[in-house]
Write a protein that binds this ligand. Structure first.
Ligand SMILES: [Zn+2]
Length: 328
């Protein structure tokens, strides 16, 4: 009995030592970053890239370098902004020096962020880029996947802008309201029209509920497109913006994948940027003045010498969904 106890203690110490060695090794790998990548992402010359951005700035944070490269190689880039980023109280308070913003203040903030997005795309060299603002509710996308899915109940109303539908100028489909099935339908139409060969969309593990929901809506829209066009195929890439304290916890020039998150079906894909591309990406991020005022440290964390992508194991999703999968 005693011997067993002693052996167990020895085993426990050995395991502890092993674990701490592994921790040290993992920390060293995290610091050097590049060991965690299993592949480098290659971009074919005739790529048609569709970037799904939950808010203005996400496209540049996650895929600004990729967008610039696709354009440079003669491909096409299209960005779909799901929301105008107008539901951000701290941002509106900072920008307007207002303690209690009104719905008009929130709408004005959204207009400003749309203007910034257009300038950021121009800075990336995307003079021929097309973009679509869908004007769905910032902070409300995950609710549309569940409770506010169909016509069976009133559309969702943004507590910020007080709107329950996109402005007419932002409707792809007439009579669109803040309902999940309407957002899926608009996205499916954009995909069917643009026919992307590559789509960049946030990962479902992204800890901002709108980002997680963006993944589910994209996957649901692809299901709809394939129902009508069974041989439609496209490469789906995931980018990530919000995951714990990543990426501003280290100051390396290279961007390592988020610690504690696996690289999905493909392993993490490294997309190296040239010095000029990194400079251009940083300049594009600077166009988001409203965001720069509230979280410059966060934006700066993405202006590195590479971007980080992964591929999903499956894109088969059918909405609505019962479970609360996106509210962190
Ligand atoms: Zn975002």
């Amino acid at each position: 009995m005693r011997r067993t106890v002693r052996l167990s203690a020895v085993t426990a110490i050995a395991v502890l030592l092993l674990c701490s060695t592994q921790d040290v090794t993992a920390a060293a790998r995290r610091r050097s970053g590049h060991h965690q990548f299993s592949q480098t992402l290659e971009v074919p010359a005739d790529t048609r890239l569709l970037v799904i951005a939950p808010h203005p700035d996400d496209e540049t944070l996650g895929a600004g370098g990729l967008m610039a490269r696709v354009h440079e190689m003669g491909g096409r880039v299209n960005v779909v902004y799901l929301t105008d980023g107008d539901g951000y109280p701290e941002g509106v308070q900072t920008e307007g020096h207002i303690e209690s913003p009104t719905s008009a203040d929130y709408r004005g903030y959204g207009r400003e962020r749309r203007r910034e997005a257009r300038n950021a795309l121009l800075t990336l060299g995307l003079d021929r880029a097309s973009y679509t603002f869908l004007g769905f509710p910032d902070g409300g996308l995950s609710k549309l996947m569940r409770a506010y899915w169909s016509e069976r109940r009133a559309a969702y109303r943004s507590p910020f802008t007080r709107l329950d539908r996109p402005p007419k100028s932002e409707m792809v489909v007439p009579d669109t309201k803040y309902r999940g099935e309407d957002l899926t339908q608009e996205l499916a139409l954009v995909i069917a029209d643009f026919k992307p060969t590559m789509i960049a969309v946030p990962r479902k593990e992204d800890q901002h509920a709108d980002h997680c929901a963006a993944w589910f809506f994209l996957a649901d829209a692809l299901t709809d497109v394939r129902r009508v066009q069974p041989d439609f195929s496209t490469e789906v890439l995931n980018y990530i913006v919000h995951f714990n304290s990543w990426p501003f916890e280290d100051e390396e020039a290279r961007l390592a994948p988020p610690p504690g998150l696996r690289g999905g079906a493909s392993g993490w894909l490294r997309f190296p940027l040239t010095t000029a591309e990194t400079r251009t990406k940083r300049a594009a991020l600077r166009k988001y003045t409203t965001q720069w005022h509230v979280m410059d440290w966060f934006l700066d964390g993405f202006a590195r010498s590479n971007e980080v992508f992964s591929r999903p194991a499956s894109v088969r999703v059918t909405l609505p969904i019962r479970r609360n999968v996106c509210d962190y």
